[in-house]
Design a protein. Structure first.
Lengths: 169, 204
C-alpha cells in the first residue's frame, strides 16, 4: 500500500485528535487537511505511520491554537512504569462506570494536555511507547500525565453528576 | 480497561475524505506509465488495436467542450502545485515584490490585487503552463486554504464570474480588462466568490 492510502486509513484517528483538541468541526477539518497534505508530501522514511501522522496532526493543531490562545502547561509528576502497569486504578474503574455523555463533557472541559493523552490512549488505543513518540515525552511522564488526566476527568465527572445543569449551557 | 470510550470517537467528514482520496489518486495517476514491449510483435499489435478502438470510440462520442478541458487543466495544475511542493517560485506577502518577478518571464503583466486587509494575503507566485502557453499563477491564502489564481491575456470580451466544481475543488472563471482569470481552491463556493468579488472591486 502506498503512503497516501496508508494515511487515508488513519484519517479518522487524525480527525478525532484534531476535533477533541480544537473542539470545533471547521478548525479540525482545516487542521486535518493541512496535516494530510504535509504528511503525504513528506519523502522520508516513516517507521510507524499512525503515531507519526498523529504527531503531524497534533503539531498542526497546536500551531492553529497558538493563534487563538496560549496553551497552559500542566504540572507533571514522576511515575515509574511499575506504578502505571499495576492494573486499573480506582479512577479508571469509576470512569468506566460513568455515563458516556458525562465523560464527554468532562473531557471537553479539561486542559488540552490531559484531553489529548486521554483521547490518544483510551480512544485511539495507542501504546505507552506510541504516546511517548506522539507527545515527545519520556515514558514516565506519559504515565503520570495519563494518570493525572484520569483524576482530573473523574473530578469533573463527579461534579457533573452532582450538578447536571452545567452540561445544558 | 475495556474500550468503552471508542464511542467518543469523531469521524472525519465524508466530503473531506473524498477530497483527499482524489488528491492521492491524482498523484498516483501521474506515476502510472504505459510500457510497450516492442520485441513482442503480438503485444504491439494488440496495443495498436486497442488504441484504434479507443480512437473509434472517441469519434462516436461527443468530445468534451474546450472550456471543460481548460477547466480540467487548471484544476490539475492546482492539484500538482499542492502535491509537489511547488506552490510558488517566488514567496512573498508583498504584491509589489511578486509582480516584478513576472517581468521578463511572461509576455504580459498580471495585475495583482493586495487583499491582505480583507483576509486574503498574497503568499507567492509562480509560472505555470496552461492552454499551450505560459501563464501567471498567483497564490493567495485564506485561513489555511490556498487559492491559485491563474491569469493570462485573452482577446475575448469581458464577462462576469462563472462557477464550476471539479474533483472536490471550487473554481470561478471570469474575464476582465483583456485577461482571463481562474481562481481554484478548496475554499467553499461562497468564500471563494467573495474573494473573486474583492479582486474585481479592487480593480475598478
Amino acid at each position: 500500500m502506498n503512503r497516501g492510502n496508508e494515511l487515508l486509513a488513519h484519517l479518522d484517528a487524525g480527525y478525532n485528535l484534531a476535533r477533541w483538541l480544537l473542539k470545533n468541526d471547521q478548525d479540525a477539518r482545516d487542521v486535518l487537511q493541512d496535516s494530510f497534505i504535509r504528511a503525504f508530501r513528506f519523502k522520508g522514511e516513516v517507521e510507524n505511520l499512525k503515531p507519526w501522522f498523529l504527531t503531524v496532526v497534533r503539531n498542526t493543531a497546536y500551531s492553529s491554537m497558538k493563534k487563538k490562545m496560549p496553551v497552559m502547561d500542566v504540572e507533571e509528576l514522576s511515575f515509574s512504569e511499575n506504578e502505571a502497569d499495576s492494573g486499573p486504578s480506582p479512577e479508571e474503574a469509576a470512569l468506566q462506570k460513568a455515563e458516556l455523555d458525562i465523560v464527554s463533557f468532562a473531557l471537553s472541559a479539561v486542559s488540552e494536555q490531559y484531553r489529548e493523552i486521554f483521547v490518544l490512549r483510551e480512544i485511539e488505543q495507542l501504546s505507552y511507547q506510541e504516546l511517548a513518540e506522539v507527545l515527545n515525552l519520556p515514558m514516565g511522564t506519559v504515565m503520570s500525565r495519563l494518570a493525572r488526566a484520569k483524576v482530573k476527568i473523574l473530578e469533573l465527572v463527579r461534579k457533573e453528576e452532582q450538578n447536571p445543569s452545567r452540561r445544558e449551557s | 480497561m475495556s474500550n468503552k470510550f471508542v464511542k467518543l470517537r469523531h469521524q472525519a467528514p465524508e466530503d473531506l475524505r473524498t477530497e483527499l482520496k482524489t488528491l492521492v489518486a491524482s498523484s498516483e495517476a501521474k506515476k502510472v506509465t504505459i510500457s510497450f514491449h516492442f520485441g513482442n510483435w503480438f503485444g504491439a499489435a494488440l496495443g495498436s488495436a486497442a488504441v484504434l478502438c479507443l480512437i473509434l470510440w472517441a469519434s462516436f462520442n461527443q468530445a468534451p467542450r474546450a472550456n471543460d478541458l481548460l477547466q480540467q487543466e487548471v484544476v490539475n495544475s492546482h492539484i500538482r502545485s499542492m502535491m509537489s511542493d511547488h506552490l510558488f517560485d517566488v514567496a512573498s506577502t508583498d504584491s509589489h515584490s511578486v509582480k516584478p518577478w513576472f517581468s521578463g518571464k511572461i509576455d504580459f503583466s498580471p495585475r495583482l490585487v493586495d487583499l491582505r486587509d480583507a483576509g486574503f494575503p498574497i503568499v507567492g507566485g509562480r509560472l505555470d503552463y496552461i492552454a499551450n502557453r505560459a501563464v501567471a499563477a498567483v497564490v493567495y491564502m485564506h485561513d489555511q486554504h490556498f487559492i491559485n489564481v491563474f491569469i493570462w491575456p485573452t482577446n475575448e470580451d469581458t464577462y462576469p464570474p462563472v462557477f464550476a466544481a471539479s474533483k472536490g475543488f471550487n473554481i470561478w472563471r471570469w474575464q476582465s480588462d483583456g485577461m482571463v482569470y481562474f481562481a481554484v481552491s478548496d475554499l467553499n463556493k461562497t468564500t471563494l466568490r467573495d474573494f473573486v468579488d474583492l479582486m474585481n472591486t479592487a480593480r475598478k
